[in-house]
Design a protein around this ligand. Structure first.
Ligand SMILES: N[C@@H](CCC[C@H](N)C(=O)O)C(=O)O
Length: 296
């Protein structure tokens, strides 16, 4: 079977987008794993299927590079808005999107008939550890020292904040993102039993009161060049701890692949704003074994 796709990214967080309005892909997790391989596939952080919805204008299903399904994807939501508008699947410049993390509203900025910027109402940042979920004795884990097991079996401590943006995040502050141990420590925290559903991990450097930088280790995909839900978890943590940003105003949250803007509003309602880019369109032959019923 040949699969048509569009390669898109939001600040370097790149996914393979597939129009599934007429038919869902068989084994989307396995297809994600197959296409995401950087050297043997298309190369991406995962796969995003654009599907019909009976609750919203469209529905997103997103899969990480390791085949796991994610509940929410901030950059993916913005790219879907661009996809459906630019391809004429909608004429509305505000759409609703059903995700496993709830229904999100996306507002688009259109220039010369194309979407250049998209703003997503991301919903509430949640810190109740039972909801993250995090195995933790307190009701919240906000700027707390957490002990993880190192590869040598010895414990090491990372101070951080656990936040759910529909998916789990652990936000920790560092002096310099360039030298942060993103892979070594990110991988340990992602897979630690402290986070029973694994977690995304953000390493944050304060630049000034309106601007922070972060690097992210994503659950199921490793280090990516940006993460929309991660940027919201970072923005929320910076404002809540008084480290940067003001409630009700956009904070510049700079990822490795570009600049995102995040607002922490009333009731911790988060807004994410940033560019969405189409890279190219293509077609790929999927191996027969990926399409077998038994894999579904
Ligand atoms: N890159 C995404 C988040 C993707 C899902 C994440 N890896 C998870 O499994 O929770 C974003 O832009 O939010």
């Amino acid at each position: 079977m040949k699969m048509k796709f569009t390669k898109m990214h939001g600040c370097g967080n790149d996914y393979v987008y597939v129009d599934c309005m007429d038919r869902m892909l068989p084994n989307p997790g396995k297809i994600s794993e197959f296409v995401s391989r950087r050297r043997f596939g298309i190369g991406s952080d995962g796969l995003i299927c654009i599907c019909p919805s009976d609750k919203a204008d469209f529905r997103m299903r997103m899969f990480n590079a390791d085949a796991s399904e994610g509940k929410m994807c901030g950059n993916g939501s913005r790219c879907i808005a661009k996809y459906v508008y630019d391809k004429g699947l909608t004429r509305k410049d505000t759409i609703t999107l059903e995700t496993l993390g709830g229904i999100k509203t996306i507002h688009m900025t259109v220039e010369q008939g194309k979407v250049v910027l998209a703003e997503v109402d991301m919903g509430q940042a949640v810190v109740r550890t039972a909801d993250v979920p995090m195995d933790w004795p307190e009701e919240t884990c906000v700027d707390q020292p957490v002990v993880f097991a190192g590869p040598d079996g010895k414990g090491f401590t990372v101070r951080g904040t656990a936040v759910s943006m529909g998916n789990p995040h652990f936000v920790t502050f560092v002096e310099d993102v360039e030298t942060a141990p993103v892979e070594a420590v990110g991988r340990i925290i992602e897979t630690s039993p402290v986070f029973p559903e694994r977690t995304n991990v953000e390493f944050v450097q304060i630049v000034d009161e309106n601007h922070v930088k972060f690097r992210v280790w994503e659950r199921g995909s490793g280090e990516t060049w940006a993460c929309g839900t991660g940027a919201c978890a970072v923005g929320y943590t910076c404002v809540t701890l008084g480290k940067a940003g003001k409630r009700g105003e956009f904070l510049k949250v700079e990822a490795k692949g570009g600049m995102l803007q995040v607002r922490t509003g009333e009731g911790d309602a988060m807004t994410l704003k940033g560019p969405a880019t189409t890279v190219y369109e293509g077609e790929i032959e999927l191996p027969e074994e990926l399409l077998e019923e038994s894999l579904k």
